[in-house]
Design a protein around this ligand. Structure first.
Ligand code: HEC
Length: 141
């Protein structure tokens, strides 16, 4: 019996570690793909924009966010999953430009605690130009 256990234990550990590894790679993959790049209305979120949204905005503005107000006002998941109608997309993209022009996002209170989440001038410009161009494309159709 004892001999059986000494053989079984390493096998069991190997088996478990295999599952741990595949579990963690799955989670990382899912996080990376959290922001989709296109939707049926034709919105496009290029990789560089996705990166900035993911790093600086997504935490408060996704379906799973704790902040009810922030996700109700702007949900990044809804940009691509079909939850925002075309009209909503146009208005939300307009809000993004407004908030960034006024330097309102991320909120000041939050930045006081997490100063590394502040947008650089380049990042802010990138997001504004993206939101403007997507908005115009939607309206132009
Ligand atoms: C720490 C959480 C947090 C982060 C990070 C954050 N926001 Fe917000 N955001 C909020 C909250 C809270 C509101 C609601 C503000 C209010 O109406 O009082 C909001 C509102 C908004 C709105 C909607 C404004 C409106 O009137 O409809 C937009 C658009 C927005 N944020 C864009 C962004 C962008 C873009 C980023 C990243 C650069 C970002 N937010 C990062 C918390 C956050």
């Amino acid at each position: 019996m004892k001999k059986q256990i000494t053989i079984l234990m390493p096998a069991l550990l190997l088996f478990l570690s295999f599952f741990m590894v595949s579990y963690t790679t799955d989670t990382i993959k899912n996080n990376y793909e959290a922001i989709s790049s296109t939707n049926s209305e034709g919105i496009e979120i290029p990789n560089d924009v996705q990166e900035v949204l993911k790093e600086k905005c997504y935490g408060c503005h996704n379906t799973e966010s704790k902040g009810e107000k922030s996700k109700k006002k702007f949900n990044i998941d809804y940009l691509t999953d079909g939850n925002y109608s075309k009209g909503k997309l146009v208005s939300k993209l307009g809000k993004v430009v407004e908030e960034l022009e006024e330097n309102n996002m991320p909120p000041e209170k939050f930045l006081a605690k997490y100063p590394n989440k502040e947008l650089t001038i380049e990042e802010s410009k990138l997001l504004m130009e993206w939101a403007k161009s997507q908005r115009e494309a939607l309206m132009g159709e």
